[in-house]
Design a protein around this ligand. Structure first.
Ligand SMILES: [Zn+2]
Length: 407
């Protein structure tokens, strides 16, 4: 699917970077599937009219979210705690009598389990069947579908209106954002609130964390672009709260227009975005130059280490790593293997550049000299766990916000 026009407002787009030929970020694959691997050109554009940053081309959704989907949220302790707090905030502030909570992209139920435990009526909507099955087995009510207006009507008929409609790292995956907004409009109680969070454009630009850009992330949101999107459906942003997750995210609170007071934080954040130049083309030019510099520096560092005969391994076979390895041209001659604890990825190869993914034990058995930290957003959790690696003389390579070796 290639968009020449903005997915939100249909204005002509201004492309500002191409990351080149990209595979499916989560498409870890066995050797016998190399020949049929799917690639697309990953180009990103800015909308001069509504300021939404978006992919120009995105693979079909069934290619990304299917029974082979390899990402399970519940594998990170930091994220488990984060979603527990998220759920507690929702329970405290937004639930009425006989409450009903819906979440889209509910994954393995990492958020909804908090509601299920309190016997609160809930429904998870998770298109990746294997992940949805895990949630259902844990007692979290889940349907394996894509959420759109029609499904919203079905849910309404069966369960009634929702107090809270949640999404975490899911909204930015969905190109048909208008259909979601219409569904939300149908499903929310008059005082109901949609609360969602996604990686924040301001953080990506400030930190040059371009690895937040991959096939699944069709949008990079800002408060300005989100306001414009929901305003078209009689909904408005009533609050925003910055989050530390995913290297910098934003939580947006959306309600029916006029139904709830608007927090001062909304205006304050928009002011900040204007100061950051999120609505100016030159900001995106600068971001492109920063991405190119980051790529060149990382490649040079890895080449230098190779010349010195050092062993480098990747740490955490994240979706984000696919953008880094493919854009920078990092292959097995620079990074020996990627260590990962997710069984479904082990024994497979990373998308595009085909670096072997090995169980974590291989990393621990014989530490490399350097570890390229693809899970940099979990830096604290990981470095705490891996004190042994550092004690053995191992060094971390980081590339956000700048390429550097942690001494
Ligand atoms: Zn637009």
């Amino acid at each position: 699917m290639t968009n020449k026009k903005c997915l939100v407002c249909a204005a002509p787009l201004s492309p500002f970077i191409s990351y080149g030929r990209m595979p499916i970020a989560n498409g870890f694959l066995p050797r016998d599937k190399f020949a049929e691997e799917y690639f697309f050109e990953m180009r990103v554009a800015y909308c001069p009219s509504c300021h939404m940053v978006q992919l120009i081309e995105q693979p079909e959704r069934e290619m990304m979210f299917n029974e082979n989907y390899a990402f399970f949220s519940g594998t990170s302790t930091t994220m488990t705690a984060h979603f527990q707090r998220f759920a507690q905030d929702v329970m405290r502030d937004y639930l009425g009598s006989d409450p009903f909570v819906v979440e889209i992209g509910s994954n393995d139920g990492i958020m909804l389990k908090n509601f299920a435990e309190k016997k609160i009526r809930h429904l998870g909507i998770e298109p990746s069947a294997n992940v949805a099955k895990v949630a259902s087995e844990r007692g979290i009510k889940t349907v394996s579908r894509f959420f759109e207006k029609d499904l919203a009507r079905e849910i309404l008929a069966e369960h009634g209106q929702a107090d809270a409609f949640l999404a975490a790292n899911a909204m930015c995956h969905i190109p048909y954002a208008h259909s979601i907004a219409e569904g939300v409009k149908i499903l929310l109680k008059p005082e109901g609130v949609m609360i969602f969070e996604d990686p924040y454009l301001g953080d990506v630009l400030e930190k040059t964390s371009y690895d937040q850009i991959y096939d699944e992330h069709v949008f990079l949101f800002s408060v300005q672009s989100i306001s414009q999107l929901f305003a078209r459906h009689g909904l408005e942003v009533i609050d925003v709260k910055a989050q530390g997750t995913h290297g910098g995210s934003m939580r947006y609170f959306i309600a029916h227009k006029g139904a709830r007071p608007i927090s001062a934080s909304v205006g304050a954040q928009i002011k900040k975005e204007k100061k950051l130049g999120l609505d100016e083309p030159k900001t995106y030019d600068k971001f492109r130059r920063n991405c190119e510099r980051s790529r060149d520096e990382l490649k040079k560092l890895l080449l230098d280490l190779k010349k010195q005969g050092r062993r480098v391994a990747g740490y955490a076979a994240t979706s984000k790593s696919t953008t880094i390895t493919n854009y920078c041209g990092i292959t097995t001659d620079l990074v020996e293997f990627i260590s990962d604890t997710t069984p479904i990825k082990q024994g497979k190869f990373s998308p595009g550049v085909h670096i072997p993914v090995l169980p974590y034990e291989k990393f621990k058995e014989k530490y490399p000299d350097y570890a390229l930290l693809f899970g940099w957003n979990h830096f604290e959790e990981i470095t705490r766990k891996e004190q042994g690696f550092r004690d053995a003389g191992g060094k971390w390579i980081l590339y956000v916000p700048k390429v550097h070796v942690l001494n």
